[in-house]
Design a protein around this ligand. Structure first.
Ligand code: ZN
Length: 305
């Protein structure tokens, strides 16, 4: 009897403890990693788009709706990148993590955006596209982590005030370490300033601007659309004329067009990680840049323009 009672008490305590755990759901691995960096043990962070897959081809399953249950904070990329979330949020119904809820974070708010297409597109429209309002790959400039983590920390303060102090301290520590790392990465890529690159998908404008690289063109004729033979021929002549030595490619994208261009021009195909988890080495937000900067610098040293 005593054993049963103790067991019951333990089970009950465990239920209470898990109900009190701050749970954060992020649509992408990058946002999940940033959320973990500022919360540490203070929160359980779940991600919706599985690592190593193409985020722009993601289609939510019923288990993704279940993931929203009990979430106090929801973090999304916005700009149409995770447009499928709006439907899930409508089904989920909890006002706290819906638009204008205290736990809703659109991490793009306050980011200096590139390739802005205007604000006429309804962000909740069903034909929203992954590159709907502006180029959405803004997490690839480490300097943008300040705005992104700021929004996450603010939402946590709103829904879990007791965690606020700890999160503020962790965030300051994370941003200080990131700033030091960024100086290092700029140093590694410094000798390659202005290096010309062609990319398969239009993933890299923020990264290229931060590290002073020259993104000459994009192979896809439109996001998710393979190039036509005519476009491939044009790209081959651009690569030759401008002496582009590197074709940057996403590990999860079909690589026949990139490989064909490489064979035609002698440029090298380089697989860089566009997100945390795209390659095993990019295990968190800092490791993502460690990997991309090192791989790119090595390739540029081996194939100078
Ligand atoms: Zn994209």
């Amino acid at each position: 009897m005593a054993v049963t009672s103790t067991t019951m008490t333990l089970l009950f305590s465990a239920t209470i403890a898990s109900a009190q755990t701050l749970r954060i759901v992020a649509t992408t691995t990058d946002l999940a990693s940033l959320a973990r960096s500022v919360t540490g043990e203070a929160a359980q962070v779940d991600v919706m788009i599985p690592p190593g897959t193409d985020p722009e081809a993601f289609e939510p399953r019923p288990s993704d709706l279940a993931k929203l249950r009990g979430a106090s904070v929801l973090v999304r990329v916005g700009l149409g990148y995770d447009h499928w979330l709006d439907k899930l949020l409508m089904m989920h119904g909890d006002a706290a993590i819906n638009r204008r809820g205290a736990g809703y974070v659109d991490a793009s708010v306050g980011i200096p955006l590139l390739e802005v297409k205007g604000r006429s597109l309804d962000p909740a429209s069903t034909d929203a596209h992954a590159h709907g309002l502006a180029n959405p790959h803004y997490w690839l400039d480490p300097a943008n982590a300040e705005v992104m983590t700021g929004a996450i920390a603010e939402a946590i303060s709103g829904v879990a005030p007791t965690a606020a102090e700890k999160v503020t301290a962790r965030r300051a520590d994370f941003l200080a370490r990131l700033k030091t790392s960024l100086t290092g990465w700029e140093g590694v890529l410094g000798p390659h300033r202005g290096a010309k690159l062609i990319a398969y998908h239009n993933t890299w404008p923020y990264f290229a601007r931060r590290f002073r690289l020259d993104l000459v063109d994009v192979i896809e004729s439109k996001e998710g659309v393979a190039p036509s033979p005519a476009r491939l021929a044009k790209l081959a002549s651009i690569i030759r004329e401008q002496n582009v030595r590197i074709i940057v490619h996403e590990p999860f994208a079909p690589d026949d067009a990139s490989q064909l261009l490489a064979r035609r021009t002698g440029a090298a195909v380089l697989k860089l990680a566009p997100s945390v988890g795209s390659v095993p080495e990019a295990s968190d937000y800092v490791a993502l840049f460690e990997y991309d900067v090192a791989v790119l610098a090595r390739a540029l040293s081996a194939a100078p323009n």
